[in-house]
Design a protein around this ligand. Sequence first.
Ligand code: HEC
Length: 164
Amino acid sequence: MAFDTIAYISEIVKVMLRLFGILMVSSAALFSFTNSIGSSSVEEAVQKRIEMFKSSGTNIKKLHQLIRSGDFSASVEFVDFHIKWSEDMLLLFPEGSEASTSNGSDASSDIWRDTAGFENQIRQYNLSSIELKKAVKSKRINQINKKFERLIKSCKSCHNQFRN
Ligand code: HEC
């Protein structure tokens, strides 16, 4: 009788320990899963935006050459890149993605301290690219040069304020 009871209790304890083990393992798996999603999306955003900015720099050089050579029809699609990029840029600046010692970013933490200011810089960039597109389509070289300068100013102005 006493032996039966002890065997019974030890069986229950074994089952409980097993359940507890499963719970520990699954919660650890869940934790590392959410953790890896959390950090990888921020890292991916940083890598993606650096790539986009590099393309933007290369694009500007080509666009400048095209404008100087009077190839306005080829210029349009280069300008379209900036219209699109200015529409998407904010998505690649999630919370917690400012420059750190490990992420290779030059993004100033002021972006998140002064979000309205950052959004305003993006808006200026967007407007400048839309105006340049109109000028390019009009084929008026004075307008094109003026609006190209303005686009470059919008890059520099944001860099002065929000890039380290
Ligand atoms: C609204 C703000 C903003 C505008 C507008 C902007 N940039 Fe930037 N740019 C940044 C920030 C912030 C970084 C740093 C990103 C990072 O390292 O995470 C950057 C980085 C760069 C880099 C460096 C990429 C690298 O190799 O690390 C280049 C090149 C660049 N921008 C080009 C341009 C050009 C060209 C324009 C205009 C056509 C432009 N940017 C417009 C904010 C802006």
